[in-house]
Design a protein around this ligand. Structure first.
Ligand code: 5CA
Length: 437
């Protein structure tokens, strides 16, 4: 893609409510545009990053055997009345009437809808366990939408649902998701800490929030620092190893503020290991047994032909929130550096060009063609602008690698730079192999 053709409305005008870095940067680099309070359009640059995050989330859900499907955004109120949440959900739920006067709503989450899908299709324990997920827009009429895509009314979420015959089996599904989440966040270049959490309006008594550390986060966390040292990659994908994984994480103190008790914290964690910090909740998993299946009559025949309520859990990841969270975690000294896995482009070519000298632009176009042939996603900055402005702009756009075509580049050797590091002169072959790593 040529920068001059990319729809990337860069602006210096920041709205006064853009208080945190991710919100400012996403507006500045034209990743999003606010449509109304807490509702955004995703412009090409932002959309590309979000789609990359979505794809990693999808791959890691598929890896543990979850199956993708798609449920609608608009739901009927009937099923919510069955579960008893229609009234409970309060003003956060956007309620609508269709032309026949039927009460509908824009889904804030999908426990009821998936339970309805499940109860009409599955009747026997033989079809269990099942893990189903979708990646779909949600709407919550948040009282104070803020921080850009971090807390908005309309947001993009991956929500998965597990169905099992017994509590014991259901915990196995829970552990698989626990594993999948740690793997997903690590592929996104984020260190997420699983924290014992309250269940709120979703319900149940077992729940973990996955939180990444960031000063601008809305969650207050209390933990034993040693939790940061557990390496999730040491666990294998089998029930025994996954159970050990959750146990290892659970034996180290880590809670969100609703669960925090000062005396417990002081008793369980030595002073030097105490960590009190702010974080961003990027995922939340719940086990709630038959909270929905019982009132909604979602019954399964067990081995003896006896009817029993199916045991369920739900598992959310804030896909759109992760775009902002990633900026909060990776923006430093006025430089944004996207992790390779979710960067909007693999590399940017920055030629020094002027009205009278297009030689570098021609060289840049040749390099561009070469890299494209290798399926490398390249951005070419063909805009006629001085180099210092270009560098400032690319510090914000955050593509992690740059090929600078100016005085330092020779025939087939070019200045190659990783953001935040010194540049080096490399042959195109070397550059290709570095980018393919
Ligand atoms: N049904 C459960 C699990 S599927 C559920 O809805 N959980 S949740 O409420 O915790 O949301 C899941 C994730 O969505 C959160 O961890 C967070 O990352 C994201 N999220 C929740 N509310 C918002 C919001 N208002 N704006 C942006 N992201 C949000």
């Amino acid at each position: 893609m040529y920068l001059s053709k990319l729809f990337i409305p860069i602006t210096k005008n920041l709205p006064s409510e853009a208080k945190i870095k991710s919100h400012q940067l996403m507006i500045q680099t034209g990743m999003i545009k606010q449509s109304s309070a807490g509702i955004y359009s995703w412009l090409p640059l932002g959309f590309k990053v979000m789609k990359k995050i979505e794809q990693i989330v999808r791959e890691e859900q598929n890896f543990i055997g979850a199956q993708e499907m798609l449920m609608p955004t608009i739901q009927s109120s009937e099923i919510w009345k069955e579960s008893g949440r229609y009234e409970d959900y309060g003003e956060e739920m956007l309620r609508i009437k269709d032309r026949q006067g039927r009460e509908m709503l824009y889904g804030p989450t999908n426990e009821e809808l998936i339970t309805d899908v499940f109860r009409t299709s599955v009747k026997s324990y033989k079809s269990l366990p099942q893990l189903l997920y979708h990646i779909q827009w949600k709407f919550r009429d948040e009282i104070r939408p803020r921080f850009g895509v971090m807390r908005c009314k309309e947001f993009y979420m991956k929500d998965a649902y597990s169905f099992d015959l017994s509590d014991e089996d259901a915990k196995k599904s829970y552990n698989k998701m626990f594993y999948s989440y740690l793997k997903t966040f690590s592929r996104l270049g984020l260190k997420a800490i699983p924290m014992a959490a309250e269940t709120g309006p979703i319900g149940g008594d077992l729940s973990h929030e996955f939180v990444i550390l960031a000063e601008t986060g809305e969650s207050q966390i209390y933990a034993d620092k040693r939790i940061l040292q557990i390496d999730p990659s040491q666990y294998k994908f089998n029930d025994v190893s996954l159970q050990k994984m959750r146990k290892d994480f659970s034996t180290i103190y880590a809670v969100t503020d609703e669960k925090f008790k000062e005396n417990e914290f002081n008793k369980q964690v030595s002073k030097e290991n105490q960590m009190v910090a702010k974080g961003i909740e990027v995922g939340h998993i719940f086990y709630f047994s038959d909270k929905y299946s019982k009132p909604m009559n979602c019954l399964i025949d067990d081995k003896d032909g006896k009817k029993t309520s199916v045991k369920m859990g739900s598992y959310g990841i804030g896909v759109s929130r992760l775009v902002g969270a990633s900026i909060e975690a990776n923006f430093n000294n006025n430089i944004m550096k996207w992790p390779k896995t979710i960067s909007p482009f693999d590399v940017v070519i920055i030629p020094s060009i002027s009205k009278n000298n297009k030689e570098n632009l021609i060289k840049a176009e040749n390099v561009y063609k070469e890299l494209k042939k290798q399926n490398i996603d390249v951005l070419l900055d063909d805009v006629d602008e001085n180099m210092s402005n270009k560098f400032k702009k690319h510090d914000l756009i955050g593509v992690p690698y740059q090929i600078i075509i100016g005085s330092k580049s020779e025939k087939d050797n070019f200045e190659f730079k990783e953001l935040n590091s010194k540049s080096e002169i490399l042959s195109l072959e070397k550059i290709k192999s570095k980018l393919k790593l």
